[in-house]
Design a protein around this ligand. Sequence first.
Ligand SMILES: [Zn+2]
Length: 337
Amino acid sequence: MRDDVIRIAGSEIHRGERKNLRLKVSESFISNPTYIPLTVINGEKPGPVLLVTAAVHGDELNGIEIVRQLIHFLTPEELSGTLICVPVVNIYGFQNATRYLPDGHDLNRYFPGDPDQWSQGRYAYTVFNELVLKSDYIIDLHTASSGRSNLPHIRANMSMPQVAKIARAFGTTVILDYVGTQGSLRRAATDAGIPAITLEAGETRKFEKKIAERGLLSVFNVMRELKMLDGLVNTSDFQLVINKTSWIRANRGGILSINTRPGRVVKKSKELATNTNPFGTEVESIKAPFNGIVIGIATAPTVVPGEGICHLFLLEEPVRQVRKKLMEIFGRKRIVF
Ligand SMILES: [Zn+2]
């Protein structure tokens, strides 16, 4: 539980209030401030502070739509606790339709940041101190990186009970149990003792409507789990927590034909893609090295040797058993969320 007042970006938001704010993260060449937009909804009743962030990678747009819907739908009257909504964390990347900051750095490798460091460290420091450290729980929304598409899944450090609690409540069928990359917002937050999870869903530079709809319901699930909203958490209890993954890579350059898609449960030796030369002759057949779930695929048809074409999560359970369970619960063998 926090105080009745939360202070962000030099503003006070009292219980029962909502405010649209701007947080200064840097300055331009002409000494003008650079701001990121955010909305704080301080509920009428006490409860935890939940931060929902999107576009830490500026070209990953699906999360922006989820945050926009949250801002639109929620009111202080129905809320217990405080919701901090940040639709665009990396404003430079967003404006330039790129993952990166203007100097080519990945903001999501510099958390918790440093006020005396280069610009990327200062940017991360401001976000971390003004937003992350004022929160009790965090959901950070991402997509696959450019040229790839991801099955919607949660990434979380499942050894931390408070993280596991919100990861399961979010409700994706697949959860990747991983501590997180050093310097990422999620890793830095959990290292600071603040439970954080990441959603990876879909592709860059798109609003994928179904992902936004399911993503919004999933954030509501977390809020219900945390008693920030009334109602029951609505998730299936069939969830696969996986901690071993591998990128299956092309060994030849060529033009790809991918024979699988995210969410497919595949057996070892199943052909995932064929790689042909410009004359149409097959140069390589790329097969699954183990039983797994296809989590990500390349969307660009051209590859060079070493390029990742399929992100496969290792399945410990028998393939037949998982497919049967999926049919029983969802009426299809493929995982969609
Ligand atoms: Zn990302």
